[in-house]
Structures are given as structure tokens and as C-alpha cells.
Design a binder for this molecule. Structure first.
Ligand SMILES: NC(=O)C1=CN([C@@H]2O[C@H](COP(=O)(O)OP(=O)(O)OC[C@H]3O[C@@H](n4cnc5c(N)ncnc54)[C@H](OP(=O)(O)O)[C@@H]3O)[C@@H](O)[C@H]2O)C=CC1
Ligand SMILES: O=C(O)C(=O)[C@@H](O)[C@H](O)C(=O)CO
Length: 272
């Protein structure tokens, strides 16, 4: 399952299913990337902030990894400075670590700094210079994305946001669909918290699969791109094994009922 979307003049295929590297310890990141690619994922979600890009990049240089078949994401953190030079320096460091970057995201809008439109202009410059294939954002609201579009004419390819059965983001997803923006779900398993939900467990039992497989399948059937994290090879494999069953309408509707607006990660309003 994959989705092609337009950004500027460039069309890039973003695989719907990937794996994330947040909190993967540096000494495990190389192995996790190798195991993830072996398990069939073609999307690797990294970031400068995760402090494991050098080790992830080591795996991406292995001879038996076909780098050209992968979409590798990095993100600009921007806590110290968001000036053009800071964006370029940060991009350079991530690019050096990873070898190359396919998808580059503004990690957080940090609206009180008032610089995210300028950061976006630098992202466009990087994309137009051919240094990255596609650009997008993370943790942006509808209003913040509209500012990017209104002030630069460029629509982000992706908005990566916290999204799981307890935080379903229906309005934001509808807005993304209207503007041809891919919704990418971070903490898609609610950091494990949704996996013991009785509704999820019951659906898993009915299909003879794990609760995590049900949740990942739910994301894919909604049309989300989804990037669960695991540092265990067995879970990486089972989380990718989600194409042998389908959730029925009643099961999708039952999961829709679980929405309760719960954040397990930092909410955008709390990250300046
Ligand atoms: N843009 C942003 O601001 C953010 C982006 N992200 C991205 O999203 C990715 C995923 O989000 P994350 O916060 O890690 O949360 P997830 O919802 O992916 O949950 C990860 C947790 O679930 C556990 N887990 C994974 N698979 C299973 C399974 N099959 N059964 C039981 N437990 C399981 C993992 O443990 P274990 O590792 O031990 O298997 C870990 O504790 C991140 O790695 C990162 O790439 C995350 C946060 C913010
Ligand atoms: O949610 C948190 O508490 C976090 O620290 C992360 O979301 C972090 O801010 C992040 O952006 C990871 O991608």
C-alpha cells in the first residue's frame, strides 16, 4: 500500500507503512534498521532529535540494503535557532549521517518564535536544489499549514501528527484530504497504551492477530501512513505483517468509538 502525492513540481511515493526510530538507543539503531528493512518496511522515520542518525546511516550503507528502494525521513528540530543557516547546518549534519534524505520535515512549528514560514522557505530551497526529494511538516495545525500555503504557494507533502485510536484527529485528517496532504501517524500504537483496550483485543482475537496488528491495519484502512516503533526484531516483523486480514465496517466503527482526545506525547501547544 502506498500513496503518491504532489508537492511543487515533484511527485514522490511515500510508503504507507514504516517504522520509527524515536527512543531507539544509538547502540541498537543499526540493528533495528537492518531488521526493519529485512521485515519489508520501505519507510524509515528518523530525526536529528533522536540522536541515532549516525548509527541508522551505518545500516543504510550496508551492501545488502537497496537504499534506492527506501524513503528515509529526517526532521529539523530547531530548538536553538530557526534561521536559514541553522536549518542548512542541521540538514547537512543529518545528510552526512544518513547518506541522503528523501523526506525532510519541520519537526514542530514552535509558533511563538514566528519563524516557521521562513523555515519552510529554506525547505523549499533545499528541495529545489535537489538535496531532498520531498518536504513536509509535523505537528502543524490546519491554520499553520494554511499560512505556509498562502505565503509560499507550496503544500507540504506530509503532516506527521500524534494519531491513534484514542486521538483520531478526524478534523485534521479531513483537512489533509482536502489539500492532498498525507496524514502520517506518530505514536500510532499510543505508545502501547491502546493495545490492552478491550475492543482492540476482541477484534484481534476475532482475526487471530495481535492488538498491534489490528491498530496498524486500522491506520492503513483509514488512509494514514503509519510508523510504529519497536526495537525488537520479532515485533518489527509482526507489525509489518498486516496484509493478510481486513477489518470489517463494524470493526472500523467500533474503533472509531474509542476516540477520547488523549495525548501520550507532547501536544503541539506545549512545545515552543
Ligand atoms: N513527529 C513527532 O513529533 C514524533 C514522531 N514520532 C515518530 O513515531 C514513531 C512511533 O512513535 P512512538 O512514540 O515510538 O510510539 P508507538 O505508538 O510506535 O509505540 C512504541 C511502543 O510500543 C511498543 N510496541 C511496538 N510494537 C509492539 C507490539 N507489537 N506489541 C506490544 N508493544 C509494542 C514499543 O516497545 P518495544 O520497542 O520494546 O517493542 C514501544 O514501547 C517514533 O519512533 C518516531 O519515529 C514519535 C513521537 C513524536
Ligand atoms: O512526546 C514527547 O514527550 C516527546 O518528547 C516527543 O514527542 C518528542 O517531542 C518528539 O518530537 C519526538 O519526535
Amino acid at each position: 500500500m502506498s500513496k503518491t502525492l504532489a508537492t511543487g513540481r515533484i511527485r514522490v511515493m511515500i510508503p504507507a507503512l514504516g517504522f520509527g526510530l524515536y527512543k531507539v538507543p544509538p547502540n541498537k539503531a543499526e540493528e533495528v534498521v537492518v531488521e526493519g528493512v529485512k521485515a519489508g518496511y520501505r519507510l524509515v522515520d528518523g530525526a536529528e532529535f533522536y540522536a541515532n542518525e549516525v548509527e541508522a546511516g551505518r545500516a543504510l550503507r550496508h551492501d545488502d540494503i537497496d537504499r534506492s528502494s527506501l524513503i528515509v525521513t529526517s526532521k529539523f528540530w530547531g530548538e536553538e535557532s530557526q534561521d536559514r543557516d541553522a536549518v542548512l547546518a542541521s540538514f547537512d549534519a543529518s545528510e552526512r549521517a544518513l547518506g541522503s534524505i528523501d523526506l525532510y520535515l519541520i519537526h514542530w512549528p514552535r509558533p511563538e518564535r514566528g519563524q516557521f514560514v521562513d523555515v519552510w522557505r529554506t525547505f523549499i530551497e533545499l528541495r529545489d536544489a535537489g538535496r531532498v526529494r520531498a518536504i513536509g511538516v509535523s505537528n502543524f495545525s490546519e491554520e499553520q499549514i494554511m499560512r505556509l500555503i498562502d505565503e509560499t504557494g507550496e503544500v507540504p507533502l506530509v503532516n506527521q501528527v500524534e494519531l491513534h485510536p484514542y486521538l483520531q484527529q478526524a478534523e485534521l485528517r479531513a483537512f489533509h484530504a482536502e489539500h492532498d496532504i498525507l496524514t502520517q501517524a506518530w505514536s500510532p500504537l499510543g505508545r502501547g497504551n491502546v493495545l490492552t483496550d478491550p475492543t482492540i483485543v476482541q477484534i484481534a482475537d476475532a482475526h487471530g492477530v495481535s492488538p498491534a496488528q489490528v491498530v496498524i491495519r486500522w491506520h492503513l484502512q483509514l488512509g494514514n501512513s503509519v510508523i510504529p516503533k519497536s526495537e525488537r526484531a520479532e515485533r518489527l516483523r509482526s507489525n509489518a505483517d498486516v496484509y493478510g486480514f481486513e477489518l470489517g465496517d463494524a470493526q472500523m466503527a467500533a474503533i472509531a468509538e474509542l476516540d477520547r482526545g488523549t495525548h501520550y506525547g507532547t501536544a503541539p501547544a506545549d512545545r515552543q
